[in-house]
Design a protein around this ligand. Structure first.
Ligand SMILES: Cc1cc2nc3c(=O)[nH]c(=O)nc-3n(C[C@H](O)[C@H](O)[C@H](O)COP(=O)(O)OP(=O)(O)OC[C@H]3O[C@@H](n4cnc5c(N)ncnc54)[C@H](O)[C@@H]3O)c2cc1C
Length: 412
């Protein structure tokens, strides 16, 4: 969203159509899904209303195919498939919970991938509260820790367990780690650490070494994975399927594709690629959009620079932890705790929504870097193409470039 908005504010609307393609017609604030799962209301942000007056087109549908040779997306929606051509693609499809690596997760565990899955979990928790029951949260990273704390605080009658390899919050500083485990224990969360879950059966976790752990409701927070669309399209991806980018956020294997957020493997200054998260991905959006605009208008690209700063973890609605980080992401000894830390986290989450309303200062429309004689022809072809791309038959192509979605199949 912020990337689309920054692009629309920098590129001249007579020359470029910016189209946002999204599976959902709502903006989903993923870092608050554990709040939705415990019955809290979240702000509703309909994309169409939000984009009014920005000049950005909205296409609601799931991207099911990316044809890089034809520069064309296939979108699947309630009315069937349709195709949408592009000259420049900004790929920001994010991540989802990995439900495939451990058998049984997809069938027997809840997860927090969107409002629907969060509401399903919320209903399951409400059903349990009348008779009591056991909830196990699998995974001791920030998502698992936040979810376990939120459930335990909201449903004190339930037995809540956190089961994880390593220790919950194990990558934090000693002070941070101690605060997390103490707070979980205060909430009555029982912690089972240093175990490997090899299967989620219908009513129990099966461990590699140790007795099964029974549950009534299981929540899986064992890590994220990314859509296979990039890999399937032949883009160069890392081991996890994230698009490999250069330091300008452009895909190393396709100059027409730029990748942002969780779906991008962006080289960090310390050798490792940046970790997933809004605290990293949120910064790639303005930087990536600015570089796309610079590339199209013939200006200088800027290297994406990033240093880790903090990790904010909510521990229910009364406590939180802010772990400050060294530039390379390793924890410092400095932490904020308690209500102050929760307020700090709230402020960072709200700043993301503010970014949606104010995508950046000092932006002005700039013209494409095309020789002026040729520009008019390109512009009119562009505009006709966009109009027709939304119909089943797309025949207009940009001068000298391949066709997209011509009747009769790819290549036409
Ligand atoms: C419960 C929870 C708590 C979290 N807490 C934090 C936190 O405190 N701090 C932090 O830094 N991170 C946190 N995260 C992680 C954070 O939410 C993600 O890293 C962040 O949302 C990634 O942003 P993104 O824009 O790359 O992708 P996403 O937010 O995943 O957005 C991707 C968008 O693409 C759409 N999409 C995906 N596939 C398709 C398709 N095929 N076709 C069309 N549209 C598609 C999706 O619907 C979505 O709108 C949390 C995540 C969860 C689940």
């Amino acid at each position: 969203m912020p990337a689309a908005q920054r692009l629309a504010r920098q590129l001249h609307p007579d020359e470029v159509d910016v189209v946002l393609v999204s599976r959902s017609d709502r903006f989903v604030e993923r870092p608050r899904l554990h709040q939705l799962a415990t019955g809290q209301e979240l702000q509703d942000i309909p994309l169409r209303r939000h984009l009014q007056g920005t000049g950005i087109g909205l296409e609601v549908g799931r991207v099911t195919h990316l044809d890089r040779a034809l520069r064309c997306l296939t979108l699947t929606g309630p009315d069937g498939d349709r195709r949408l051509g592009y000259d420049t693609l900004v790929y920001a499809l994010g991540s989802t919970t990995d439900t495939e690596s451990v058998p049984g997760v997809a069938c027997h565990a809840h997860h927090l991938d969107g409002p629907h899955s969060a509401e399903r979990l919320s209903a399951a928790l409400r059903d349990l509260t009348s008779g009591g029951g056991t909830v196990v949260v699998c995974g001791g990273g920030p998502t698992g820790v936040e979810t376990a704390a939120e459930i335990a605080e909201s449903f004190p009658a339930l037995e809540v367990g956190l089961v994880t390899a390593g220790s919950p919050g194990g990558r934090l500083s000693n002070r941070g780690h101690t605060y997390v485990t103490d707070t979980l224990e205060r909430h009555g969360v029982s912690i089972t650490e240093d175990v490997r879950i090899v299967e989620v059966a219908g009513d129990r976790l099966v461990l590699a070494d140790g007795p099964d752990i029974p549950f009534d409701v299981c929540v899986w927070a064992g890590g994220f994975t990314v859509p296979t669309l990039a890999r399937d399209s032949g883009l160069e991806v890392d081991r996890t399927g994230r698009i490999r980018t250069d330091r300008y956020l452009r895909a190393v294997s396709d100059p027409h594709v730029w990748a942002l957020g969780d779906a991008a493997a962006v080289p960090g200054p310390w050798g490792d690629d940046l970790a997933m998260g809004c605290r990293t991905g949120g910064f790639t959006a303005p930087a990536g959009a600015d570089n796309v605009a610079a590339a199209l208008t013939g200006e200088r690209l800027r290297e994406f620079r990033y240093r880790y700063f903090h990790e904010c973890i909510s521990l229910g609605r009364r406590r939180g932890l802010v772990q400050f980080l060294h530039a390379d992401g390793s924890p410092t000894d400095v932490v904020l705790t308690g209500r102050l830390a929760l307020r700090y986290k709230e402020a960072t989450l709200r700043s993301v929504v503010v970014l949606l309303h104010r995508p950046g200062p000092h932006l002005r429309h700039r013209r494409l870097a095309v020789a002026s004689g040729a520009r008019q022809a390109v512009v009119s072809a562009e505009r006709r193409r966009h109009r027709r791309d939304l119909e089943p038959v797309v025949a207009v192509r940009r001068l000298g470039e391949p066709r997209c979605g011509h009747r009769g199949g790819p290549g036409g």
